[in-house]
Ligand binder design. Structure first.
Ligand code: SAM
Length: 212
């Protein structure tokens, strides 16, 4: 990590960090931003942060929460935030699975899981982010009609994700023929494409909740 990035981790990150609420209390995600945005989006595993920064710049009315555990990745996003004076990003620098249960029902208007670690071996399948527990949390926090965007270059993961999303009663799944134009590329994707891998782009829309 470069010295400048280390300074940003010490100086800027604490000001943008999403703190978990006291046990038993929920987090109001829109209250993390000033002014309060009409929509809040969530990115899980943003890597070096290019997608998060590009979405935040293209959608200044939205508040974006990015989750990443990798220190170099945090440094990458902080560098972009500072260089481009981006005001609508907050960061959860820990495992996203700690944040999801603290978010209220239907409080998130879009989520991104781009090129998640594939854990291709069968014996590691339980480590894949897409799975019954995380899908249930995502279905709970996503608002009716909100998209979960997922991309992967790993055929095992793509099949796995399609199977889980198609089996879920909470999502309607679409596979795009190519990356949609309002979906900026990521570093991992560029490397995968350069290596000749085919990438899959999926959108799972949160089905409207039944009226009670
Ligand atoms: C293969 S990389 C892809 C990064 C980025 N999305 C891209 O497309 O370039 C997956 C990233 O997800 C992060 N990650 C994995 N599990 C995570 C979790 N539970 N919470 C937050 N980040 C996670 C990893 O640290 C890694 O940076």
């Amino acid at each position: 990590m470069r010295a400048g990035q280390r300074d940003l981790l010490l100086g800027l990150l604490p000001r943008l960090t999403v703190a978990l609420p006291p046990e038993g209390q929920a987090l109001d995600p829109a209250a993390l931003f000033d002014p309060r945005p009409r929509s809040v989006w969530l990115e899980i595993g943003f890597g070096a942060g290019e997608h998060t920064a590009a979405q935040a710049k293209a959608n200044p009315q939205v508040g974006l929460i990015g989750c990443e555990v990798f220190a170099n990745g945090l440094g990458g996003l902080l560098t972009l935030i500072e260089a481009e004076a981006i005001a609508n990003i907050r960061i959860f620098p820990e495992d996203a699975r700690r944040l999801l249960p603290c978010l209220p029902e239907a409080s998130i208007d879009g989520a991104f899981l781009l090129f998640p670690d594939p854990w291709p071996k069968k014996r590691h399948a339980r480590r894949r982010f897409i799975g019954p527990d995380n899908l249930a949390q995502l279905a709970r926090i996503l608002a009716d009609g909100a998209p979960l965007r997922l991309a992967s270059d790993h055929p095992v993961y793509v099949d796995w994700a399609i199977r889980h999303l198609a089996a879920s009663p909470d999502f309607t799944l679409t596979r795009h023929p190519d990356r949609p134009v309002d979906w900026p590329p990521t570093r991992y994707e560029s490397k995968a494409r350069q290596a000749g891998a085919a990438c899959a782009y999926l959108t799972a829309l949160r089905r409207p909740r039944p009226k009670v």
